[in-house]
Design a protein around this ligand. Structure first.
Ligand SMILES: Nc1ncnc2c1ncn2[C@@H]1O[C@H](COP(=O)(O)OP(=O)(O)OP(=O)(O)O)[C@@H](O)[C@H]1O
Ligand SMILES: [Mg+2]
Length: 475
């Protein structure tokens, strides 16, 4: 192992769960929750890794297996039908849609090969579509020099403007085929599609509205979501779903965060702030499906309802300690019944191992920030001393290191800015010391300047003695 001279020499774990410092026993529980698909409530003061845990859980979940779409319900169009397809089905349909034929550039009509950038118009050699020609070196983005008539079977309909294109439409008349063909670049090959087929597919595609696609993110952050954002909605149609000029109901349905989180993580920070919406979450958690309705009574969407849209998510809620009492008790009961309530650690013992973890934390933060230099080991020591001081002052913990790491990261970033503005290659002790001094909270600054916080607060209401008599404020 290389000796560690600066934080640059520290290896950072790939797994975001392992990057979380000082919450080891909690991480074990989190791992169980991932395996068994349990819900979590993370409780603790700001900036100690609650959001980090929620994101790391999503990293560990498998990719979604199902896609959810809506189709028209011919009998009652205002009640679209839900179709759930598994990955195999989705991929099969995609393939069917996509590929008619894939050919080598040599097999394509000359004008097509030139226009897609495979054939050099000057030397006639076929090569990679990148420019310039790797045989004669000439640029490919000038006018195609082959006339369509060199290729008697084809009549060019549209080759776009000058220059190499990704797609060419031409009319083909050959023994084998007749019609309009679309040629598209497909890696080092060319995909050939019949235009009629393309139209057919486009039409078919229009007949379904994919509301939760297979390629979705498995982490859905719904902090502060409104009712529509959380539960979905149906867009207004000024033509009231008129069969010719209106938009059919199934195309106007928008999923909510609870649906988008299907098979993934639904994360809600500051959970009590959701108020009564917590009730919907607990129903969704229990039923694993939740209807989507138009939520604005004035909108044409209000008449539309889709029943039983799947929403099987792993719920992660977070809040500060004092807010726990405002979480609806039936929701807490659902979490406890099928998951864990976890109180986060605010500090960890001051041991050699934990000092190393804080050093790694410094390296992580520097890499995440991307704008500040690495840190000398003596500067890290200073930051660790500050972590020790904070554990004692804030949490009354002796021989401990604070885990209120967002704030500690703030000191590091400020020190980094000092170092960067001096064009220093590394963050040094003096930068950390300066940042500790500068990053004092307002309360401490008030105390230092005015003797006490209260005396400082009085300064807000300074009244000019002259005006004071008249009762007018000075500011
Ligand atoms: N335990 C930790 N290990 C490593 N880094 C941490 C840890 N806690 C916080 N951090 C750093 O602080 C940042 C903020 O943490 P995070 O957003 O997870 O806090 P939080 O607990 O969700 O706070 P809030 O209650 O304000 O939402 C993280 O992105 C990370 O850079
Ligand atoms: Mg958070």
């Amino acid at each position: 192992m290389r000796p560690i001279k600066t934080t640059k020499d520290i290896k950072i774990p790939e797994d975001p769960l392992e990057r979380i410092v000082g919450q080891e026993t909690i991480i074990e529980k989190v791992k169980t929750a991932i395996k068994q698909r349990r819900h979590l409530l993370l409780v603790g003061p700001p900036g100690i890794g609650k959001s980090m845990i929620a994101q790391a859980i999503a990293y560990h979940l498998p990719k979604p297996e199902y896609e959810i779409s809506l189709i028209n319900n011919p009998e009652t169009p205002q009640h679209p039908l839900v179709v759930v397809k598994n990955k195999e089905q989705v991929l099969k349909e995609k393939k069917q849609r996509e590929i008619n034929e894939v050919i080598n550039p040599e097999e394509a009509p000359v004008v097509v090969a030139e226009k897609l950038g495979f054939r050099c118009a000057r030397c006639g050699k076929i090569g990679a579509p990148e420019e310039p020609c790797n045989h004669c070196g000439s640029e490919k983005n000038n006018k195609t020099r082959t006339t369509p008539f060199e290729d008697m079977m084809t009549e060019v309909l549209e080759i776009g403007k000058e220059g190499v294109e990704d797609q060419v439409r031409i009319k083909i008349r050959s023994e084998k085929k007749e019609g309009i063909m679309v040629y598209q670049r497909f890696g080092n090959k060319i995909r050939v599609t019949d235009e009629k087929e393309l139209e057919k597919q486009a039409k078919k595609k229009k007949q379904e509205n994919v509301i939760v696609s297979l390629n979705r993110k498995v982490f859905v952050h719904a902090t502060g979501a409104s009712e529509t954002e959380l539960l979905g909605d149906v867009r207004h149609d000024p033509y009231g779903s008129h069969p010719e000029i209106g938009t059919p109901a199934y195309l106007r349905v928008v999923p909510g965060a609870i649906h988008e989180a299907h098979e993934g993580v639904l994360f809600i920070d500051e959970l009590p702030h959701l108020g009564n919406l917590q009730n919907f979450i607990l129903t969704a958690m229990q039923e694993k499906k939740f209807h989507i309705v138009g939520r604005n009574p004035q909108s044409a969407g209000a008449a539309v309802k889709v029943e039983d849209v799947p929403c099987d998510f792993l719920f992660v809620g977070a809040c500060n300690i004092k807010d726990v009492q405002d979480i609806l008790s039936p929701l807490r009961s659902r979490i406890l019944g099928n998951g864990y309530e976890i109180l986060m650690n605010t500090h960890m013992p001051d041991t050699q191992e934990n000092r190393f973890l804080l050093t790694r934390f410094v390296a992580q933060e520097i890499i995440k920030d991307g704008k500040i230099p690495h840190t000398t080991m003596s500067a890290v020591e200073d930051l660790i001393e500050e972590a020790r001081r904070r554990a004692k002052v804030i949490d009354d913990a002796r021989n401990a290191l604070t885990l209120r790491l967002r704030d500690l990261g703030g000191v590091l970033r400020m020190a980094g800015d000092f170092a960067a503005s001096e064009k220093s290659k590394l963050i040094e002790s003096k930068h950390i010391k300066e940042a500790i001094e500068e990053s004092k909270p307002i309360e401490l600054q008030l105390e230092e300047r005015y003797g006490s916080v209260w005396k400082g607060i009085e300064k807000d209401q300074v009244v000019n003695p002259e005006y004071g008599k008249l009762g007018k404020s000075y500011i």
